[in-house]
Write a protein that binds this ligand. Structure first.
Ligand SMILES: *Cc1c(COP(=O)(O)O)cnc(C)c1O
Length: 445
């Protein structure tokens, strides 16, 4: 039983070599012979261990993690509850295939999902391995349950890299370029993007609904799929009222409202789900990333009458709801509750927003600061304009990396810097990371 861990990884950022260091560079050279060049790394330092918000690389550098492996390790690295649960499960059994012989932890995860996702209606879930797979299955269920085919998605959306989810994703490069043909019956409409469209939520929703009704026809639409706060697309937070108006339109028109909470869910925004902020109750929710503390697990949770409309055997997959990943999810959810990570996400949001607003006073390069909880971004522009400034974002990320901090860029134009720190990050670590970020912005400015 692990109760507390030996402090094998320090708690402070510490850079002891140039970055990447010599051992990382050697590994990076070695991979070229055997790893597809189609996979790149934002920051090619090779990791040996991790604890809390610190990654220890093969050269002995302690790197401060403000990305959480893209919103996955929200509860931090090396969490005793997860280590214990996973270790015990690995020793007990690692796989039976839920479709062959089931086990209890799968049911427990679905019970938690039914409890935590918005709404008190009867819900059932199906578990998968990746976010893209969850999104694919949500669309499958919505089409079957409605007998319709069209799926509505939004500008700047990101839903994955499989064939159907590439079609659902907005950005061509690098996700879609020359990988077609794409799946049909996907229709893209305008997102509410207050910084760029200046519309109220109601106005932006009216614009989207009018596009859908005139170009697709409500009666053809199986599902409306939306990230309540967009992730890869630039942490775009729709104007207040946009999501409730779309939700109302879907229920008035027999359309399934699917909230893709894969990046925004599980405490990240200071609520269990980003839709909770405006009391929106989706018909289906897709989850993954933060759900299982770093183990691959994803889920579709939806109204029982939709999810149960599927014929027997219509959903599944060899590894979906793997028992090791399932117990990791249960330990992760327990950790979120025990450590009040909802509250902590809100605190982080205040600290980060205050720091970024201070920084914004010093530079006209920061056009917008947005997000919620521990999901905050700044959009970089050419000073005095709204023209995207991807070069600045790249230079800032690079400066952070050189100083031992992981920060991630995103956005359709690559001009947004997003912060997704582990929710267990200490105030000292957070202040340290934000001061590096401030230095980075000043150095570029
Ligand atoms: C990451 C992500 C996905 C895809 O998840 P994978 O596990 O990478 O397949 C889908 N939707 C959103 C909103 C995401 O952030």
């Amino acid at each position: 039983m692990v109760t507390s861990l030996e402090p094998v990884v320090g708690t402070e950022r510490k850079v002891v070599t140039e970055l990447p260091g010599p051992k990382s560079r050697a590994l990076h050279e070695r991979r070229k012979a055997v790893v597809s060049a189609g996979l790149t790394n934002g920051f090619p330092i090779y990791i040996e261990r991790a604890d809390g918000a610190i990654l220890l690389d093969v050269d002995g550098n302690q790197i401060l993690d403000l990305g959480s492996g893209i919103a996955v390790t929200s509860i931090g690295h090396a969490v005793p509850e997860v280590i214990n649960a996973v270790s015990a499960q690995v020793a007990a059994f690692t796989h039976t295939c839920f479709m062959v012989t089931p086990y209890e932890s799968y049911i427990e995860v679905c019970e938690e999902l039914a409890k935590l996702t918005p709404g008190t209606h009867a819900k059932t879930s199906a578990l998968f391995n990746s976010g893209a797979e969850a999104v694919e299955n949500a669309v499958k269920v919505a089409r079957l349950a409605t007998g319709r085919q069209a799926v509505i998605v939004f500008d700047h959306a990101y839903h994955g890299r499989t064939n159907l989810t590439m079609a659902l994703t907005a950005k061509n490069m690098p996700y879609k370029d020359r990988f077609g043909p794409f799946a049909p019956e996907i229709y893209r409409v305008a997102m509410s993007y207050p910084f760029r469209d200046g519309l109220s939520g109601a106005e932006a929703a009216a614009r989207a609904i009018s596009e859908i009704e005139t170009t697709v026809g409500a009666h053809n639409v199986a599902a409306l799929l939306i990230e309540p706060i967009q992730g890869e697309g630039g942490f775009v937070v729709p104007a207040e009222g946009f999501l409730p108006a779309l939700s109302k339109w879907t229920s008035d028109n027999g359309v399934v409202f699917i909230a893709d909470e894969i990046q925004s869910g599980f405490c990240r925004t200071g609520d269990w789900f980003a839709v909770d902020h405006e009391g929106v109750i989706p018909d289906m929710v897709t989850t993954a990333k933060g759900l299982a503390g770093g183990m691959p697990l994803a889920a579709v949770t939806g109204r029982a009458e939709l999810m149960n409309a599927v014929h027997e055997g219509g959903l599944g997959g060899t590894y979906g709801g793997n028992p090791v990943a399932a117990v990791a999810a249960l330990a992760t959810i327990k950790t979120m509750r025990d450590r009040d990570l909802l509250g902590r996400a809100r605190e982080i949001g205040q600290i980060v927003t205050t720091a970024l607003r201070d920084l914004q006073r010093d530079t006209a390069m920061i056009g917008d600061i947005r997000g919620r909880g521990a999901m905050i971004a700044m959009e970089l522009v050419e000073p005095g304009t709204t023209t995207p400034n991807a070069a600045a974002a790249k230079a800032i990320v690079n400066y952070c990396n050189q100083h031992g901090v992981i920060a991630l860029a995103c956005g359709t134009s690559g001009n947004v810097i997003r912060l997704l720190p582990p929710l267990v990050i200490t105030n000292e670590q957070l202040a340290d990371g934000l001061s590096v970020l401030a230095d980075a912005v000043r150095s570029v400015h």
